[in-house]
Write a protein that binds this ligand. Structure first.
Ligand SMILES: [Zn+2]
Length: 503
């Protein structure tokens, strides 16, 4: 007698919520990229995404896939209750439809989603799924390294795995880790038990690059610990500093094979390492203000170091103008600004047409901290709707839709304006818009860590620019209200430096 084939349901609801941003995230933003039912396999098979990883394990094990709903949008402000309820209702209803047929659920969550009226809607979603699927229904969740993962949320799933790299080049690998553990549990080969330890700190995203020490060294220790007998998986979540929620902060999550004490010891040991290194983790690279960065860039260019990547990392809306304002005032070299989110500018450039000249205001529209809209005059070099599959190392193969997109160039500074809010992290903006990347001395990006996968090999230098925006490295400047006591550095002062304060 042949065994009945395994069937797994696949779905996800993914958003990294910056609670400080004034604009809510509406349903429309998720619908733009939502994939449902039978569309899920062709959309994600073979891609370096969590779903790509889920699907690979399913394919390798002849698992039948039931697609639920995969909804995601770019990091932005709090999700409206309506958007969340609509998407969660659909996901839960589709799960109910497959409850009898499916043997388990593979779910992708970010770990730092927040909606109006609910600081932890992922926990609420898992509670709803548990209530309809049952306490014993196997659920594996793959999450982002930047998750704020509290105990209650994690304990609602049987298996929780998170990205181990930032840039997140291991999305598919993480989906595979979670799916393989779920398959092991279903076959009875393993008995996953989880333990969490929380070190009481949160890292600004810019310092979560996993190839920069000391995080690099702690990640290496984590991977070594994951190889010890009895341990099935470990994730070190750095937390997401820009979601002001009670569960904010880093988490070490260890999964052992039946041995809860081993899982606890392992999680606590790595958590203690984070506590020990917390000050160094918070000062992992130098920060420049815009003009200091341009001075440094000019000096590097004079030495023949190019291109220089300037990183306006604190921009959480992809339209901040602090750095652009300085670049327009002090023209240091041939400069590219890929993917400035400005639908009005994209439309104006399209109306002017390729070759046309126009004067317009650029950027600075998403919040009062995004800088002023800047007056800019240039020629339109490119204008078209842009939709392509990502060729870079981050999210390789995933379809990207920027809407109407244009290159406006004043001879020194070429700005690519987009209709959709997308962060430039690879060299696709250049190839897609007909620009030669070798022409540019300076490339101004707004990524935090993901750009490193494509740009570290080609950049002469990378300078981190700190601006007074919603995603700064200096977290103590942000108005936290919900973070609990004891989260370094936001609700716990750095240790006394031994110096007397000025009186
Ligand atoms: Zn992330």
């Amino acid at each position: 007698m042949t065994q009945p084939a395994t069937r797994l349901a696949i779905g996800g609801l993914v958003h990294e919520t910056v609670t400080f941003l004034p604009q809510d995230t509406e349903l429309e933003a998720f619908e733009h990229r939502a994939v449902r039912g039978d569309e899920i396999i062709p959309a994600f098979a073979g891609s370096n995404t969590v779903y790509g990883g889920f699907l690979k394990v399913c394919q390798d094990n002849d698992v039948t896939v039931e697609g639920l709903l995969c909804a995601e949008c770019a990091p932005s402000g709090p999700v409206t209750a309506k958007a969340y309820d609509t998407l969660a209702d659909e996901l839960v209803s589709r799960a109910v439809l497959w409850r009898e047929e499916a043997d388990g659920l593979l779910l992708h969550l970010h770990g730092a989603m927040v909606c109006r009226g609910d600081p932890d809607p992922e926990r609420t979603l898992l509670l709803r799924l548990r209530s309809v699927l049952g306490e014993d229904f196997p659920i594996a969740v793959a999450m982002d390294l930047h998750g704020n993962v509290g105990v209650e949320k994690a304990m609602l799933a049987d298996i929780v795995c998170g990205f181990r790299h930032s840039p997140h080049t291991d999305m598919a690998e993480t989906g595979e880790r979670a799916a393989k553990l779920l398959m092991g549990k279903l076959s009875g080969g393993i008995k996953p038990v989880k333990a969490l330890a929380r070190p009481g700190l949160v890292l600004p995203s810019i310092f979560t690059a996993t190839e920069i020490s000391p995080l690099r060294d702690i990640m290496a220790e984590m991977r070594a610990e994951a190889e010890q007998p009895g341990i099935l998986d470990i994730t070190l979540f750095t937390g997401f500093a820009y979601a002001d929620v009670p569960e904010i902060g880093a988490t070490v999550l260890a999964i052992a094979d039946g041995d809860e004490a081993l899982a606890i010891r392992t999680a606590e040991r790595l958590s203690a390492r984070l506590v020990e290194a917390r000050e160094a983790l918070y000062h992992a690279a130098p920060l420049y203000d815009p003009y200091a960065a341009l001075d440094k860039a000019a000096a590097l260019l004079a030495e023949g170091v190019r291109p220089v990547v300037l990183l306006e990392h604190a921009d959480r809306g992809n339209d901040s103008t602090h750095l652009l304002e300085a670049m327009l005032a002090r023209r240091v070299g041939r400069t590219a600004v890929p993917y400035l989110h400005d639908p009005i500018a994209a439309q104006a450039a399209t109306s002017a047409g390729v070759g046309g000249q126009l004067m317009l205001t650029l950027g600075g529209k998403s919040s009062e901290l995004a800088g002023l809209p800047l007056l800019y005059t240039g020629h339109v070099k490119f204008a078209a709707p842009l939709r392509y599959r990502i060729s870079g190392p981050y999210r390789t193969g995933e379809q990207l839709d920027l809407g109407q997109t244009a290159v406006i160039d004043d001879g020194d500074i070429a700005v690519i304006v987009t209709t959709q809010n997308v962060t430039a992290v690879d060299t696709d903006p250049f190839s897609q818009c007909g620009l030669d990347i070798d022409e540019f001395d300076i490339i101004a990006l707004r990524s935090k860590t993901h750009f490193r996968a494509a740009y570290e090999p080609i950049a002469g230098a990378i300078l981190i620019v700190e601006t007074p925006d919603w995603g700064p490295a200096d977290l103590v400047t942000l108005p936290y209200r919900n973070a609990p006591p004891g989260i370094y550095p936001i609700t716990m002062a750095p240790p006394d430096d031994g110096l007397d304060d000025d009186i």
